[in-house]
Design a protein around this ligand. Structure first.
Ligand SMILES: [Zn+2]
Length: 294
């Protein structure tokens, strides 16, 4: 009896001392969406230096430069091996990834970053407000999806993250990728933009961050001021030089539909893509605010 009692006390002490358990980089995160989102997707060239290497439901973008590769977003932890395979299947070497950029610190886009960082030893870049959630693998209290006293939304922590200010660029070889802060979906949401050139024609590519007004139960977009942030961010995205719109979820930019039309010119080139995305964002927000009023 004594041994059992000490055993129980021991376990209780251990739990108190350790707090919530940290996730390993290769530990899968499973929920209602993860299997569908993580279905394999053949990699393909979007335009010029810009390639799609993500899964069917979670974007990862590869940018080729004359001195290494840039990767944007890492999907779920279990997406990392698929992204690695996609990069290699295109004839690139994952070890050449010098920079990993993060759109926002949620498990479905940042979850695979810790594993990819191990494969590549790349530096990870994100906005200043994204630093804390990324390095802890945990949502901050100001994230609309934050749930108090819960490990919901946790993902593997990222070792070293370099902060990029609003309007600053990350440069690898000949390519500059600019950070444009578009807060709302998360406090640190970042849109990344760069140029892709082919046959002497250059296009502005915009990886516009998620703009959906999704939250944990009880969160109010109006009272928190996040609704105003989303409206401002939609305006910023609408005003960007934008010939090719990409986004963290492929359905935001109609990837499957565009792939079906890939032999009819390049359907990814569309200079009203960002404008339409910004308009959709405002509609999603309006629906959410309507729901909050009831
Ligand atoms: Zn998200």
């Amino acid at each position: 009896m004594t041994i059992l009692r000490y055993g129980v006390i021991g376990v209780a002490l251990l739990l108190t001392a350790c707090g919530p358990r940290e996730l390993e980089p290769d530990e899968p995160i499973n929920n209602d969406n993860s299997e569908r989102w993580n279905e394999a997707q053949d990699p393909f060239r979007i335009h010029g230096n810009t390639w799609y290497v993500g899964t069917a439901g979670l974007s990862s973008i590869l940018i080729e430069t004359d001195d290494g590769l840039i990767l944007i977003d890492g999907g779920l932890p279990q997406s990392a091996p698929l992204i690695d395979a996609n990069i290699r299947n295109l004839g690139f070497d994952t070890l050449d990834v010098k920079a990993i950029l993060v759109s926002h610190a949620h498990y479905d886009h940042a979850g695979g970053v810790a594993a990819l960082q191990r494969y590549t030893d790349a530096k990870v870049f994100a906005s200043e407000p994204a630093l804390e959630p990324l390095t802890n693998g945990r949502l901050t209290v100001d994230d609309p999806q934050y749930v108090a006293d819960s490990d919901q939304g946790d993902f593997p922590a990222v070792r070293e993250v370099v902060a990029v200010g609003d309007g600053e660029v990350v440069t690898v070889g000949s390519v500059d990728v600019k950070a444009v802060y578009t807060p709302g979906h998360t406090p640190g949401s970042t849109t990344w933009t760069w140029q892709s050139c082919a046959l002497n024609v250059c296009y502005d590519v915009v990886y516009a961050d998620s703009m959906t007004a999704v939250s944990a139960e009880g969160f109010k977009f109006t009272e928190s001021g996040v609704a105003d942030k989303l409206v401002a961010s939609a305006g910023i995205i609408a005003d960007l030089d934008c010939d090719i719109l990409l986004s963290p979820h492929p359905f935001f930019f109609g990837m499957a539909d565009k792939l079906e039309r890939i032999d009819q010119g390049n359907p990814f080139i569309n200079n009203v893509g960002c404008l339409l995305y910004a308009e959709s964002s405002l509609q999603w927000l309006e629906q959410r605010l309507e729901a909050e009023r009831h």
